[in-house]
Each structure stands twice: as structure tokens, then as C-alpha cells.
Design a protein around this ligand. Structure first.
Ligand code: PBG
Length: 344
């Protein structure tokens, strides 16, 4: 009859909906999507963490981070050259310290000829145009795997800061452009800034691991630097409780007051709310660390054929940008840079 709906196709649709707003219009083709895209990942956003190890022409695979190797200094120089050729702005160095050199106090950390300092010197000599960042924390150097000095079962704050200051000084003297305290001791950013300035190294930047959480996602990193085997207990008396967000803002505020040039949230993907809150609260250069466990999860699933690794990698990175990050430390850095280069 008259009122019977007029079937216009096999889905049973009757009339067009009277929609003024159709969000799908802006998604109708690749050119249209590109036109309205709000965030993009560029090579300028990348910091590449690299593991270094003693030896010559040596690459030692990290089992829990497929595709990532520990590199001897000569190989690390090659990696830095590769990074520079891809226009990656900065690399971050982490040492695997020979167990024989680890002790209670982490004394090797303040040796101006230690592995990291040698790597910095070699890289800055060969590839002066790339930024080199070093990690300030004692864990790769202590026999107990903690980031500070262990005394009577306690990580003592102020004695740890004294050593971290010395560590930052030897790294900066070796040529580190950015020192990055990842230890979460109270007051270390201010103490390092003051010491650097007194030593005439006003130009050395500090990237504070400002909101660093006691996370299970660091597991593969601890394999890479050899602290999983040694770590006594856990790091919850200095790294933050994953349940806390406001506290992260207070940590960032303190590090900025103490002179941090850049701040970081770590881990990355499970803490995007904090990347957003930190950036929108402080409006300072804000970085996220897509940590070893995040890398391992994506790689493991990709290598099993469960997800598309390249797509997951790019999606995770644009999510950091959307949250407000100015940059990301990621083990994917060279792969991302390669991909962006190929597409341009
Ligand atoms: C050490 C340090 C850690 C990471 C960076 N610096 C491990 C830890 O705190 O136990 C983790 C990085 C990663 O998981 O990729 N202070």
C-alpha cells in the first residue's frame, strides 16, 4: 500500500537519514583524511635508546627485545651514524656493565673512563651533529641493581644524590649533551644543575625522568643491562606508585623548579593520561618513554602474526603526539625514521 516502505537496496534501507552532520565525509579518501589530520609523527620526535657493551665489533642480542642488540662502542658509533643519516635528533645510551665491575656503591658509575663515557667520546668524535643523552642512575653499576646506594636495606637518598652528581659530571665532561637522571631520588636535579654550572657546563641540558613509575614494563630493559638477575627486592620506595596521577604533577613541578629543561613520563602507553596532564599543566618540553616492555609486547605479537607490527608501532607513536608529547624515546626509532623517509 501507500505507506509500505520503499525498499531501495538489499540491506532493507528505506530512506536516506536527514543528517546535517556526517563525520564520515572528512574520512572519505586518503587526501581528505590527510587534510584534517591533527597530529603527525616526524623524525624530529624521536630519541633512540641504545645499549652498549664491552668488546669489539660485537652485537649481543637481547632475548626479550627481538631486533634489539647490545652494541660494542664501535658498533654504537655505526648506529649513531645510521641515526644521523636518518635525521634522528638524539640517541640515549645505556650500558651493560661487566658484572666484575659492579659493587655495592656503584663506583664504576663515576669512573670517567667507564663504558658509557667511552661511548660518548667515540660517538661525539665521529658524529658531532647528533645529540647524545646519558642515563644518570646507579643500577647498571651496583651489585644489588638499585638506582642508589643501599644501606641497611634502605636506598639512602642524599648519599645517592652525591654519587649521581659525580656521575652526571663525568658524563657531561665526556661530551654528553643531555644528562637524564632516571633514579627518582629527591633533589637530584637541583644538585646536578648546580654542579654542572659550577663546572662551567651551563650548556648541558637536563631531561628529568620526572614521573617515573615502579613498573613491570621495565623487565626486558633489565635483561639488556643485566640487572634482572641482581635486583634485590623492588624499586617502590623511590619509583612512583602506578595508582598515582596528582603526585606525578608534583614530581614534575619539583624537577622544573630545580632546573630541568625537559621532563619525561615513563612508561609511555599505560600513562598517556599523565603525558596529557603534564603537557597541559606545565607547557614545557614533555617526553614519553615507550619502554622495553611496551616494545616487547608489540614485537612479540607482531612476530606471532597476531598484530600488524608496523601499524601498531605508528599508531602507538601518533597516540603519544595526540596526548601532547613533544617527543618519544622508543626502540622503534630507526624503523620509524626509515619508514617516514621511504614515504616522503
Ligand atoms: C634505570 C632505568 C630503567 C629504565 C631506564 N633507566 C630501568 C629501571 O628503572 O629499573 C627502563 C627503560 C625501559 O624499560 O626501556 N634507572
Amino acid at each position: 500500500g501507500r505507506n509500505a516502505p520503499k525498499v531501495i537496496d538489499e540491506t532493507g534501507t528505506t530512506e536516506n537519514l536527514a543528517l546535517t552532520r556526517r563525520p564520515r565525509r572528512n574520512r572519505k579518501a586518503e587526501w581528505a583524511r590527510r587534510l584534517v589530520r591533527e597530529n603527525v609523527v616526524t623524525t624530529n620526535d624521536l630519541i633512540w635508546p641504545i645499549f652498549v657493551v664491552d668488546g669489539h665489533e660485537t652485537r649481543v642480542p637481547v632475548a626479550s627485545m627481538p631486533g634489539v642488540d647490545r652494541l660494542s662502542v664501535d658498533e654504537a658509533v655505526r648506529a649513531a651514524e645510521h641515526a644521523a643519516s636518518l635525521s634522528i635528533p638524539c640517541i640515549a645510551l645505556f650500558p651493560y656493565t661487566d658484572p666484575a665491575l659492579r659493587d655495592e656503591r656503584g663506583s664504576e658509575a663515576v669512573n670517567s673512563k667507564n663504558l658509557v663515557c667511552r661511548a660518548v667520546r667515540a660517538i661525539k668524535a665521529a658524529v658531532p651533529q647528533i645529540g647524545v643523552m646519558t642515563d644518570v642512575a646507579l643500577d647498571p653499576y651496583t651489585s644489588h641493581g638499585h638506582d642508589g646506594v643501599l644501606r641497611d636495606g634502605e636506598i639512602v637518598n642524599d648519599q645517592s644524590v652525591a654519587l649521581l652528581v659525580q656521575q652526571a659530571l663525568v658524563q657531561a665532561a665526556a661530551g654528553a649533551d643531555i644528562v637524564a637522571p632516571s633514579d627518582m631520588m629527591d633533589g637530584r636535579v637541583g644538585a646536578i644543575r648546580e654542579a654542572l654550572d659550577r663546572a662551567g657546563m651551563q650548556h648541558v641540558q637536563i631531561m628529568a625522568y620526572a614521573a617515573k613509575f615502579a613498573s613491570a614494563f621495565y623487565g626486558p630493559f633489565r635483561d639488556a643491562v643485566g640487572t634482572n638477575a641482581t635486583l634485590v627486592g623492588d624499586k617502590r620506595t623511590y619509583q612512583m606508585d602506578p595508582a598515582n596521577g596528582d603526585e606525578a604533577l608534583r614530581e614534575v613541578a619539583l624537577d622544573l623548579e630545580e632546573g630541568a629543561d625537559m621532563v619525561m613520563v615513563k612508561p609511555g602507553m599505560p600513562y598517556l593520561d599523565l603525558v596529557h596532564r603534564v603537557k597541559s599543566t606545565f607547557r614545557v618540553p614533555t617526553f614519553a618513554y615507550q619502554v622495553s616492555g611496551e616494545y616487547a609486547m608489540i614485537e612479540a605479537a607482531a612476530r606471532n602474526g597476531w598484530i600488524d607490527g608496523d601499524k601498531a608501532m605508528m599508531e602507538s607513536l601518533v597516540a603519544f603526539k595526540r596526548a601532547g608529547a613533544d617527543g618519544v624515546l622508543t626502540y622503534f626509532a630507526p624503523r620509524v625514521a626509515q619508514k617516514l623517509k621511504a614515504e616522503s
